[in-house]
Design a protein around this ligand. Sequence first.
Ligand code: ATP
Length: 512
Amino acid sequence: MTKAQTAETAAPAQSGIVDMDDLVALCKRRGFVFRASEIYDGINGFWDYGPLGVALKNNLRDLWWQDMVIAPPVGPDGKVLEIVGLDSSIIQNPKAWEASGHVAGFNDPMADCKETKLRYRADHLFVCVFEEGNVWPAFMEGEDEHAVQKRIHKLGLKGEFMRLPFTDKKIAANLAKVQGPDAKEPGSLTEPRSFNLMFKTFIGATATEDDVAYLRPETAQGIFLNYRNVLSSSRVKPPFGIAQIGKAFRNEVTPRNFIYRSREFEQMEMEWFCHPDDAKMWFDFWMEQRKDWWKKVGLRDENLLIRPHDQDELSHYAKEGYGTVDVEYRFPFTAPGFGELEGVAHRCNFDLTEHQKHSGTKMEYVDPQAPDDRFIPHVIEPAAGLTRGVLAVLADAYTADPSRPSKMFMKFNPKLAPVKAAVLPLLSKDGLPEIAEKLYMSLRGKFMTEIDIKQNIGKRYARQDEIGTPFCLTVDPETHDDQAVTVRHRDTMQQERIALDKVEAYLAEKLL
Ligand code: ATP
């Protein structure tokens, strides 16, 4: 972001990108996501998933598990890959986090604002440097270009400026000029200080420093800790994968952008153990696979890209080897830019070697068929955020349509949609609710189905559009005669007539 820009040229607005306020409002109104502890004014960085949110999250989780563990992809040589599942403990022996480098190295630089008392991730701050002038406004990474231009304009700054990272030497030497994102005066931001992101807790009643334990900041380490158990108990050998989905906790300096960066979140991670000579091939394989998977889930191709990490962004384990690439998504608050959705890292044999050193347990793999070829496997890690994925799915699905009463609809992939079908009797009399009830009873248990009897039909369609139900099944007076219902398609609003006894097969064909 060091390109010279001018204060007068604002970036054009993106079409088709949902306004975050609209999305957050919908999520609350319809029960996708709520602020945690809302009645106590919330708690920063924590979110609760409502009835529809948990359904959407579980559906995304299940699709990942399906494509990783139940039916893993076919490899470059045409053979089906071997991947097994795991569910490891959130709290592990704290020595595990010393070995993994998290105790010493899982730090973020933070800068405090003395004026507003707000705290920022220093590596997410950018400063607009004007050669002339004593005010250099700072912005959070990914901030809308319009907002940046507006603030520069308000400050009366004119002409060319460079955008430099807050961690740049030139900024360090000129801190007095830097005006924090929310500050009124320049010079209030402190130099960056290192901050460990792991949440600490105490095990047992005494709560001394010897009892400290950590909530896992990633699911990956639980996989490395069980690598030998899995090898000896399952019929796998390298190359193979271990997959895990679960909660992770990071005491983020600046949780923000709704569920994008929270302090408690869920990850879907897979560690792929392979021969060191094949690591490059597998790295390239997984990078493509993962982007394609997000496309398959329904995210639009133009909103996805693969971005290699710059050298200075690499984690402690990825400095050697083939580095890390991110699968990025054009989130509403990064648009027209992109933000990380999933990382694919070549972790070399860093983790297994460190655990071998710290625990004394041998991590070498010896192939019984070729006992001279001993190696500690290299690891390729596709690490995705489940909750961040939910946000991408929500943002991608939000489709404006002024012609509908709801003015919008959620265009979820039907496999992800929280509710698959809604049974709606046109009238709440003349025996129609009874037929609807019978249809509903035959579908529930097979597909997530709702029955909605009250209100006028327009309002009921509007609600189903807002929650992204792909099929509405309307029972009308004609149903008595033709034993059929009208199926209304969410995306096109087109209607077709389907016999009552064919509805289940019809839905199965569309949804399974
Ligand atoms: P970032 O650069 O955004 O902090 P990261 O590179 O530290 O992310 P990883 O450690 O690679 O993230 O974690 C894998 C995935 O977990 C990320 O791609 C993201 O989807 C998700 N993730 C990481 N941190 C958070 C968070 N605080 N809230 C929600 N999801 C997260």
